[in-house]
Design a protein around this ligand. Structure first.
Ligand code: 6PG
Length: 243
């Protein structure tokens, strides 16, 4: 695991964009496709805007990048809360990506149907492979959730299956990747910024809260777990834990 910290959200998103571009370039020297799972919420918007602009809009071989999402809110695609809409608005509508490379989670059918359909595509991509995604981008909630794996969720500890429909009293109907398919990825990167996340980041890294939070279920089998944090989100971390 590697922890990368930067001065502020701008700096961390620029550094993550650079890191992603280098990872894509290296991966695409050996493979035809780069299979990426995007995260939702507010934090990655800045990252997506950076990737959609120069130099990344020309530098990255977008036609060889295949897009999935880590989770989705079960709301219409044109709803501002929809994670796919956010990614299209800030990135996917701004760079040349073949439509067949983009796999949105359906939100206009029964959640269980959408989850099964999404899992079927994942199996088409990964069943004959050693690893699953080349990169999964993740965010972190103040309660220690990631993806749509909320504390106390009925689908945890999530030892089986790759995709589930979940109901959260607070967050509504969601569809989410499960730990197993994420932990078989080549790389996983959390992007966490802001003072409001400093307390949960400190708990996740402390020895006092082992196994307490869903985000701790993210343990890539090859240990390629990266935390991209700004100074405020990492303010509670012991400097020895930071690269
Ligand atoms: C979602 C995300 C979720 C998000 C965290 C952090 O659909 O909301 O997948 O896991 O990453 O809640 O969200 P913010 O970046 O908005 O704080």
């Amino acid at each position: 695991m590697q922890v990368h910290t930067y001065k502020d959200a701008d700096e961390v998103c620029n550094a993550l964009a650079d890191w992603m571009a280098a990872l894509m370039d290296k991966t695409l020297q050996a493979k035809e496709k780069f299979v990426l799972a995007l995260s939702g919420g507010e934090t990655p918007k800045k990252l997506y805007k950076i990737l959609a602009a120069s130099p990344y809009n020309e530098k990255i071989k977008w036609d060889r990048v295949h897009f999935f999402w880590g989770d989705e809110r079960v709301v219409p695609f044109d709803d501002e809360r929809n994670n796919a809409k956010m990614a299209f608005d800030n990135l996917l509508d701004k760079v040349k990506i073949p439509s067949g490379n983009i796999h949105r989670i359906w939100t206009d059918v029964e959640p269980a149907v959408a989850a099964a359909q999404y899992e079927k595509i994942l199996h088409q991509y990964f069943d004959d492979k050693q690893t699953t995604f080349d990169l999964v981008l993740l965010g972190l909630g103040e309660d220690g959730h990631t993806l749509s794996l909320f504390p106390g969720s009925e689908v945890l500890p999530g030892k089986t299956g790759w995709v589930n429909a979940v109901h959260s009293a607070e967050k509504g109907e969601r569809i989410t990747l499960m730990p197993d398919v994420v932990n078989r990825s080549a790389s996983v990167a959390f992007l966490v910024t802001g003072e409001s996340k400093s307390a949960i980041v400190e708990k996740l890294f402390s020895d006092q809260h082992i196994g307490e939070f869903p985000a701790q279920l993210v343990k890539p089998v090859n240990n390629e777990l990266h935390w991209f944090l700004d100074k405020t989100a990492s303010s509670g971390l012991n400097p020895e834990k930071i690269d």
